[in-house]
Design a protein around this ligand. Structure first.
Ligand SMILES: O=C(O)CCC(=O)C(=O)O
Length: 209
């Protein structure tokens, strides 16, 4: 079911490991929202992509749209706080993010949501992660992006700041923080361009979906 990644010319590392977080750069978006970005945070991203594509029990979901059942255009998996993650590099990533952001976040990242975008026909529509306390409180969602580059699009719910399109490449980290989940929306928009498969890993604290 899972598509394969064209091996990267630049990622010659066989060991999958996260790097330091001191290169993170913060951009304030407005309305109390911010994003932190760190390109190429993960080394060995090819190997991690292949393992996740092969080993994760990907689920194809359906939803109602205009009184019709339609497939959700991406494959999904979810790991709760007590579930074993599908690769030790994800444990290391979650621990590093929790150590770095814990004081500002007020606790650790606990869950991991995984999405597999098979090609440009897969995407996720505009939304905020507002199930739970993201609807009322500042929080953070950290995303590790693997595979084909796609854009994370961000737009404010209330007019004012300009919308943002942030390219996410193989091994890149982006963290949405502050009020981002309730004052902004984000999306991975479908594209007619020929793009390869992408996997995103979203780390969230308890009570945020
Ligand atoms: O794939 C991504 O990077 C974003 C995923 C996302 O926004 C979500 O699943 O809520």
């Amino acid at each position: 079911m899972a598509a394969h990644l064209q091996p990267s010319l630049f990622d010659q590392e066989t060991e999958v490991r996260v790097g330091p977080l001191d290169g993170l750069r913060r951009t304030h978006l407005g309305h109390g929202a911010w994003i932190d970005v760190l390109p190429q945070w993960l080394g060995g991203a090819d190997a991690l992509f292949e393992t996740l594509a092969r080993d994760v029990p990907w689920r194809a979901e359906e939803r109602m749209m205009y009184e019709r059942v339609v497939p959700v255009p991406r494959l999904l998996a979810f790991y709760g706080r007590d579930d074993a993650l599908p690769h030790p590099a994800l444990d290391a990533a979650r621990a590093a993010l929790s150590a770095h952001y814990g004081p500002e976040l007020g606790g650790p990242f606990t869950t991991a949501g995984l999405c597999h975008y098979r090609d440009g026909r897969d995407g996720v529509a505009w939304h905020g992660d507002t199930i739970g306390r993201g609807s009322t409180h500042d929080t953070m969602v950290a995303i590790l992006s693997l595979g084909a580059p796609r854009h994370l699009a961000l737009r404010p719910r209330i007019a004012g700041p300009a919308a943002v399109r942030r390219p996410l490449g193989h091994g890149d980290l982006i963290v949405m923080g502050g009020s981002c989940q309730r004052t902004w929306e984000h999306a991975i928009l479908k594209t007619a361009r020929a793009v390869g498969p992408r996997i995103s890993v979203q780390f969230r604290p308890d009570g945020v979906r």
